[in-house]
Design a protein around this ligand. Structure first.
Ligand code: IMP
Ligand code: MG
Length: 181
C-alpha cells in the first residue's frame, strides 16, 4: 500500500484518484438532472480551502448555466474539529431568490455546514442544498439533509484531494487515511 508521511503522521492510500473521479461524475449527473429545469442561474458556493479540488472537478461536469463563488471557514486543528467555526472570508454574493449549492470537501460533525446554513438562510435564497465530496455519517450530529454526498466514509482521519493535515497533503491526487502505529 502506497504511503506518505506528513509532519509526524503516516497515511496510506484509501480512495484512489480514479474512484474519486467516478464518484464525482455520478454526483454531477444527479445534480444535472435535478437542476436542469429549475430556472435561474444556480450558485455553487465552495468552502475554502478544502473544497478547491472537488469543486473544480465537479463544475467541469455541470451542464447548466451556473456561477461559482467561495467562502472561507476554519474549524479544524490537527486531526480533530474544534467545534468553533470561524468565518475567514464571508459571502460576497447576493443570493436572494437563487438556488444555492454549498460545496464542501467533507462533512464530519456538521458544525461548518450548520454554521453556513444558518447564516445563508437569512439571505432568503430560493433553495439551499449541500454537496460534499465525503460524508462521515458516523460523526454527523446535525439535522440538515446532506443531499449530495459523492462518497460516504468511516470516521478515519483522511487527507488528499484538497483535504489537509495542518495544511499539508492538499495536493495529493488520491485520498489517504491515517495509519495507527
Ligand atoms: P465539521 O465542521 O466537523 O463537519 O468539519 C468540517 C471541516 O473539517 C471540513 O470542511 C474539513 O475542512 C475538516 N475535516 C473534517 N474531517 C476531516 C478529515 O478527516 N481530514 C481533514 N479535514 C477534515
Ligand atoms: Mg473544509
Amino acid at each position: 500500500m502506497q504511503r506518505v508521511t506528513l509532519d509526524d503522521k503516516t497515511f496510506e492510500v484509501s480512495i484512489p484518484n480514479a474512484e474519486i473521479l467516478a464518484a464525482i461524475d455520478a454526483l454531477a449527473a444527479r445534480i444535472n438532472a435535478d437542476y436542469r429545469d429549475r430556472g435561474g442561474v444556480p450558485l455553487f458556493l465552495g468552502v475554502l480551502n478544502g473544497a478547491f479540488m472537488f469543486i473544480s472537478e465537479l463544475l467541469q461536469k455541470i451542464n447548466f448555466p451556473c456561477e461559482v463563488s467561495f467562502v472561507k471557514l476554519s474549524s479544524y486543528h490537527g486531526t480533530s474539529s474544534t467545534g468553533t467555526v470561524t468565518e475567514l472570508i464571508g459571502l460576497k454574493d447576493n443570493i436572494k431568490g437563487r438556488h444555492v449549492i454549498i460545496v464542501e470537501d467533507i462533512v464530519d460533525t456538521g458544525e461548518s455546514v450548520a454554521h453556513l446554513m444558518n447564516s445563508l438562510t437569512g439571505h432568503q435564497p430560493a433553495s439551499i442544498e449541500i454537496a460534499t465530496m465525503l460524508f462521515k455519517p458516523g460523526s454527523y450530529r446535525k439535522d440538515f439533509n446532506i443531499k449530495y454526498p459523492a462518497m460516504e466514509i468511516p470516521n478515519d482521519f483522511i487527507v488528499g484531494f484538497g483535504l489537509d493535515y495542518d495544511q499539508l497533503g492538499r495536493n495529493l491526487r488520491d485520498i489517504y487515511k491515517i495509519v495507527d502505529e
